[in-house]
Design a protein. Structure first.
Length: 201
């Protein structure tokens, strides 16, 4: 009986420490020191929540028939487009397509995307960057390469009536450096970039 009581007391103590005190401490520290990140890095424009700077999203034109699941959404030429997403940027289905480099389906998808992007941006298909035609591992990455952002400048400038020089300045402003200074490559946060160009007058 004494052993059981000791075990019960230990269970109660550890429940209070690990189940209540520790989570409250971590939550308090994160809210004080990293409130924006702890609350999802929500991006607002005009007082409205428009997304998160940590999650990519689609920038498509409205469908002609929203109830038609077979109708393909078309990209909005007024916005910088993100890289493809295997899960349509749905956080509940985060993940990659799991197609390997020898997959005929992946090769076909890449070729189709390259042709579509080249026509959409008015460029040579050979100049379309790799991240424009391949999805990220998470399918939620809000970043594109600087090369892909620069490729889209002329189209967005034409559609919005903005100088290309201004768009290039915004690209530079919303370019994040490599992780830890040496991992990966510089990336442009499309969510923040599109928010910025939407607020231009």
């Amino acid at each position: 009986m004494r052993t059981h009581l000791t075990a019960l007391r230990m269970l109660l103590v550890m429940t209070v420490i690990l189940g209540l005190a520790y989570p409250l401490l971590v939550t308090g520290i994160s809210q004080l020191a990293f409130a924006d990140k702890a609350n999802g890095s929500i991006v607002t424009s005009g007082g409205k929540e428009i997304g998160s700077s940590l999650l990519g999203q689609n920038y498509d034109l409205p469908k002609k028939d929203p109830n038609n699941a077979d109708e393909q959404a078309q990209p909005d030429p007024k916005f910088f487009q993100p890289r493809p997403s295997a899960g349509s940027y749905d956080p509940k289905t985060s993940g990659a397509s799991n197609l390997g480099p020898n997959s005929a389906d992946l090769l076909k998808a890449v070729q189709e995307r390259r042709a579509a992007i080249a026509a959409f941006d008015g460029v040579d298909p050979a100049t379309v960057p790799p991240d424009a035609v391949t999805a990220s591992g998470s399918g939620l990455d809000p970043h594109i390469s600087v090369a892909y952002a620069k490729e889209q400048v002329d189209r967005v400038a034409r559609e919005r009536g903005l100088p290309a020089e201004k768009l290039n300045q915004l690209i530079e402003k919303y370019t994040d450096g490599r992780s830890l200074g040496f991992l990966g490559q510089d990336g442009v946060n499309v969510v923040l970039l599109n928010k910025a160009i939407s607020e231009q007058r």
